[in-house]
Write a protein that binds this ligand. Structure first.
Ligand code: CAO
Length: 236
C-alpha cells in the first residue's frame, strides 16, 4: 500500500553529530604468535580442570523493577561518600566469600569479596570499588584472588541475556547475570507493566548439588532481589 505523507508535518532536521571516535581494527593479514601471560596460563589450567566437572545448567528471570528504583534512590548518597553503587553489591549480598568474574586488562580474573554475610550492601560496594581499581591497575594479589566459595559473573554489564558459566574449581556453583532489559510483563492484576528483567544462568556440580537444591537456592536469591526490602529485614 502507498502511504500518503501529505498531512504529515515536515520532519525536523536532526543535527549532524560527529561520529564517536572508535579505533578501527587494523588488518595486517599476518598471523602473530603471542605468549600467554601468567594470568592467562592460570586460566587455561583452571578452565581445563573445570570441564572435568559434570555441569548442569538452570536459568530463570528476575524482575528487578523494585531494585532499579531502590538503587537510583541510593546511588547519589553512595556517590557523595565517594563510592560507585552498581547492582553487583545487591546481587552479591543476596547470595557468601563471593567471587566475581572481572574483565581486566590482564584478562579474566576472579577476586572475591570476603565474609559477605557480615557486610552491608554499602560495605560490599566499597570492596567492589577497591577490587575493580586493583583489577584495572593489574595489582590484584593472592589474598584477593583466593578463598572464594561461589562466583557471580556479570557478563550483562557487557551484553548478552543468557550464558553457560563454567564452574571455578574447587567451587561447586556459579551464576551468570544477563543484561537488565526493560520488558512488558503482567502484574498480579493482569495489567501490562514496564519491568526491569534480568536473566540468571546457574551452573552447578551435579556430584554435589542436585537440580531441586539449585532451584530452591535460585528462588530464595531471586526473592531477595525482587523484594529488596526483605534484604533489609533478613540479611545482616
Ligand atoms: N545490566 C544492565 N546494566 C548493568 C549490568 C547489567 N547486568 N551490570 C552493570 N550494569 C551497569 C551498572 O549499573 C553501571 O551503571 P551506572 O553507570 O548507571 O551506575 C554500569 O553498567 C557499569 O557497571 P560496572 O561494570 O562498572 O560495575 P558492576 O559492579 O556492575 O560490575 C564487574 C563489575 C567487575 C563485574 C564488571 O565490570 C565486569 O568485569 N564484568 C565482566 C565479567 C566477565 O567478563 N564475565 C565473563 C566470565 S567468563 O569469561
Amino acid at each position: 500500500p502507498v502511504i500518503s505523507t501529505a498531512d504529515t508535518p515536515p520532519k525536523e532536521k536532526t543535527p549532524i553529530m560527529a561520529p564517536p571516535a572508535i579505533p578501527l581494527p587494523i588488518f595486517s593479514g599476518k598471523d602473530r604468535t603471542e605468549p600467554l601471560n601468567s594470568f592467562q596460563k592460570a586460566m587455561v589450567k583452571t578452565m581445563t580442570a573445570a570441564l572435568k566437572i559434570p555441569h548442569f545448567g538452570y536459568c530463570d528471570e528476575v524482575d528487578l523493577t523494585q531494585l532499579v528504583r531502590l538503587r537510583s534512590e541510593l546511588k547519589d548518597l553512595a556517590d557523595s561518600r565517594g563510592v560507585k553503587l552498581s547492582y553487583m553489591p545487591f546481587f552479591i549480598k543476596a547470595s557468601h566469600n563471593i567471587g566475581l568474574a572481572m574483565d581486566t586488562p590482564q584478562g579474566l580474573l576472579v577476586p572475591n569479596v570476603k565474609s559477605v554475610q557480615a557486610l552491608s550492601v554499602f560495605d560490599i560496594a566499597v570492596e567492589l570499588n577497591r577490587l575493580q581499581a586493583l583489577g584495572s591497575a593489574g595489582q590484584l594479589g593472592t589474598a584477593d584472588l583466593t578463598g572464594g566459595t561461589f562466583t557471580l559473573s556479570n557478563i550483562g554489564s557487557i551484553g548478552g541475556t543468557y550464558a553457560k558459566p563454567v564452574i571455578l574449581p574447587p567451587e561447586v556453583a556459579i551464576g551468570a547475570l544477563g543484561k537488565i532489559q526493560v520488558l512488558p510483563r503482567f502484574n498480579s492484576r493482569d495489567e501490562i507493566v514496564k519491568a526491569y528483567i534480568m536473566n540468571v544462568s546457574w551452573s552447578a556440580d551435579h556430584r554435589v548439588i542436585d537440580g531441586a537444591t539449585m532451584s530452591r537456592f535460585s528462588n530464595l536469591w531471586r526473592s531477595y532481589l525482587e523484594n529488596p526490602a526483605s534484604m533489609v529485614l533478613d540479611l545482616k
